[in-house]
Design a protein around this ligand. Structure first.
Ligand code: ZN
Ligand code: ZN
Length: 237
């Protein structure tokens, strides 16, 4: 299922920008593309054999879109068959693409509703002043909730969680109260104790924060380790 290139917040260089991916055959599905994501994609050879890339963006903070321009430029120069970018606000995405100077690349822009390949439902989130979205995504028969960055938990998503309709639940969290993310205390007040293990927390500041979150009964995401990094790569060369 989803794997994570990074699990950290904007300033947590050691943990990497929170970003998830799913690779199947010749298709790469990417959730967010922060500053270090392009580099991590190349280092992990994730584009090998890929002819179609689908990039779903939660919001335009640079720890979520910082290397989007370079990734798209690279994919276009590599003659990928399809570069699809999905975001609910088409005009804002077009403007971002223009700001990145990649408007001449061969890009398809979709809102979640228009993107027929995957079933994606967006939820407008609460994230300081920025327009941010969380998503329910159907991927390979599984239902995933990906919060993005948010201070809120949509009622509809919570109802689905309670009914056991969400297979994988990913939630950003922060120890202290702040205008950007649910604090651990807020998350505890919302999620019944017996369901905490099902909440995979992400977007951490530090290892100490990760420990505190897991001590309170929540799960955590882990960074993807490529086979090559583990020394298990098949000697195909
Ligand atoms: Zn962020
Ligand atoms: Zn953010």
């Amino acid at each position: 299922m989803l794997q994570f290139l990074g699990i950290g917040g904007a300033f947590s260089v050691d943990l990497g920008n929170t970003s998830a991916f799913y690779k199947k055959e010749n298709e790469l599905f990417l959730l967010d593309c922060g500053e270090d994501v392009f580099g991590n994609i190349l280092k992990n050879h994730l584009l090998e054999g890929v002819t179609k890339i689908n990039i779903l963006i939660t919001h335009f903070h640079s720890d979520h879109v910082g290397s989007l321009g370079t990734l798209v430029f690279y994919c276009d120069a590599s003659n990928l068959e399809e570069i699809n970018i999905v975001f609910p606000n088409r005009e804002k995405l077009v403007e971002l693409i223009r700001q990145f100077g990649i408007q001449n690349c061969n890009i398809n822009i979709y809102t979640p509703k228009e993107f027929a390949r995957l079933k994606i439902k967006e939820y407008r989130q609460e994230h300081d002043v920025i327009e941010a979205y969380g998503y329910i995504i159907k991927l390979d028969g599984k239902t995933i909730y990906y919060s993005g960055d948010t201070k809120s938990l949509p009622d509809e998503v919570f109802a689905l969680l309670i009914k056991g309709k969400i297979d994988y639940f990913f939630q950003d969290v922060r120890l202290k109260q702040n205008p950007y993310h649910l604090s651990l205390e807020e998350l505890e007040s919302k999620i019944p104790f017996n369901l905490r293990k099902q909440i995979n927390c992400m977007h951490f500041v530090s290892e100490a924060e990760i420990n505190e979150v897991t001590e309170h009964g929540f799960s955590r995401v882990r960074r993807f380790e490529s086979e090559e990094k583990n020394g298990n790569i098949k000697s195909s060369k």
